[in-house]
Design a protein around this ligand. Structure first.
Ligand SMILES: Nc1nc2c(ncn2[C@@H]2O[C@H](COP(=O)(O)OP(=O)(O)OP(=O)(O)O)[C@@H](O)[C@H]2O)c(=O)[nH]1
Ligand SMILES: [Mg+2]
Length: 145
């Protein structure tokens, strides 16, 4: 039976989510793991990895700002809801690629993913298989408990 594990990289803005997605995936590939990356950040311009599935193919922050006359934060809230609408399609894309592991890079404004209904909904819709969360803190701040 096909079974996949999906890891959501969540953390505060600039805590290193995208870089960890890149390094973790590279390392897993050296361990001969069949892994793919998913970018769920619609606002990012450049990434340190080439995502196999990219939410920017469906959603553009600039288009949302223009179309709905929203500021950058309002547009990100709206984008989170639009991603939720696309979640089933993203889930089908993952299924089509049949990986063993999926590393999901989430948006910098973690409250959009972690503290709104759309985040858990997206997580649930992407797959019914086992899921894990890796939570990143700012490392410099975390030195002092
Ligand atoms: N020295 C060091 N720099 C890091 C580390 N992880 C990330 N960085 C740097 O921190 C900056 C932000 O890293 P990103 O991976 O873009 O962080 P992010 O959480 O994806 O950022 P947003 O998506 O914008 O919230 C980049 O310049 C990285 O090179 C790390 O472990 N050590
Ligand atoms: Mg990022």
């Amino acid at each position: 039976m096909y079974c996949l594990f999906i890891v959501f990289i969540i953390g505060t803005a600039g805590s290193g989510k995208s870089l960890l997605t890149a390094s973790l995936t590279d390392w897993l590939k050296t361990q001969k793991q069949d892994v793919i990356t998913v970018n769920l950040d619609p606002g990012v311009l450049t990434l340190p990895y080439t995502p196999d599935i990219d939410v920017r193919d469906y959603i553009s922050i600039e288009d949302i700002m223009e179309k709905y006359k929203l500021g950058p934060n309002g547009a990100l809230v709206m984008a989170a809801d639009l991603i939720a609408e696309e979640a089933e399609r993203l889930g089908r894309e993952i299924e089509r690629l049949q990986p063993d592991l999926v590393v999901v890079d989430t948006p910098g404004q973690m409250e959009l993913f972690a503290f709104r209904a759309s985040g858990p909904y997206i997580a649930k819709e992407l797959t019914t298989e086992p899921k894990a969360v890796v939570y990143l803190f700012d490392s410099v701040f975390s030195v002092n408990p």
